[in-house]
Write a protein that binds this ligand. Sequence first.
Ligand code: ADP
Ligand code: ADP
Ligand code: MG
Length: 460
Amino acid sequence: MFEKVLVANRGEIAVRIIRACKELNIRTVAVYSEADANSMHVQMADEAICIGKSPSNESYLRIDRIISAAEITDVDAIHPGYGFLSENAHFADVCESCNIRFIGPSSRAMNALEDKAVSRALAKKAGVPTAPGSEGNVENEQDALTAAKRIGYPVMIKAIAGGGGRGMRVAHNDISLIKGYHTARSEAEKSFGNSGVYIEKFIENPHHIEFQILGDTRGNIIHLGERDCSIQRRNQKVVEETPSPLIENKFKDLRKKMGRAAVKIAEVANYTNAGTVEFIVDEQGNFYFLEVNKRIQVEHPITEEVTGIDLVKQQIMIAMGEPLRIAEKDIIFRGHAIECRINAEDPFDEFRPCPGRIEMYYAPGGRGVRIDSHAYAGYTIPPHYDSMIGKLVTYGKDRRDAMDKMTRALSEYMITGVKTTIPFEQAILQDPNFRRGVYSTTFIDHLLGGARRELIEPAA
Ligand code: ADP
Ligand code: ADP
Ligand code: MG
């Protein structure tokens, strides 16, 4: 058993990991930047070490400082959370070479799925469908034009190393392709330090459906069902739910097919620990592999609510070398779960980030309500990191029950001092198409651009 774990992250996910460790009787070490000295993860952990200044490249991205902190505190393992160093194969290697267990996939599996282009090739090898696209990096304008001609417009230009919905452009013709090609490359260089882009068919009105997987170090791999993450703004998830209404209402056989495809990809990559295989599904029910997220994901709690399985504890047990004690056929899916990501952003002003001091904070409770958050009254949200301040998750006996609980919980959630996305999420929950479970990734564009705009804007 691990005796002590260092959490190389911040915010709600650091709190989430510390909670799992406490329940497993494992001591915890928090690391933090100067801006996070008063953060909840620092207060909750048994020990805390400051690793540098506020910008993440001077703290949460500094492998040398995190390893020093791990050595000083003599931890057995490091949990990287999501974002930051979580998908950095070199970091995983450094941990192992310092005799510190990395709670995540092996660096070999990470390399096998290193970027979106390599992962697409691996999916093809596994016999899993991918959207028509270029083979790997597109080197120049001419290759971009040739690829787009073969694939057929509209196409999407995507950063090979992309993440967080950034570095993507849609093109409908040669002119927008060339323009998009250059903007996507420079955006990719800036955000990911890698200007490589590839081109794939742009699927119209798609659904984003992903499968949670777990693999142990003995070669057992299972999936824990799907999450529908089609409610997105600028290719970033806002609301997630499980089970997927599209699968439940329209394409029942997809669960089995896509689940099998997800496990197949994980097997070909020799995947270990927790991961997510992402797909898009078109209006006819065809599915295409997107990418593998090689870490715990933001929206993991909804899977936990319907399966009763603690995914972070599973990650820790797997990293200790324990075999999976759950077989895929034994997982019982009960009820319905929904998550709203609560961001400190102003939905009435183009979702401008709103860091600052939280004056009053009251979190909803009651049956079927879960909050994963590091926020509290008097906490100052620093401007240096992402704007998510918490996740509100509701669980109900069916979809309607989960939606009713979410509407109720959103109305109870009181946060003053900073603007939040709560009113926006209330509008989503009231939308008739959302209520019916009929939506694609274009839902929010329609909601913001269409007739229902008045729902989220204060009366003049
Ligand atoms: P999920 O797929 O679980 O929704 P996101 O894609 O929203 O996760 O990413 C979770 C966190 O990781 C966010 O803070 C996001 O900015 C960050 N992130 C994801 N991919 C990358 C990447 N390639 N480079 C840097 N940050 C990333
Ligand atoms: P990221 O690494 O930023 O998460 P993904 O490849 O997972 O990038 O795509 C994020 C989102 O972008 C998807 O959920 C989907 O909404 C949209 N998207 C990506 N590829 C396509 C495509 N080929 N056609 C239509 N939408 C796409
Ligand atoms: Mg993705």
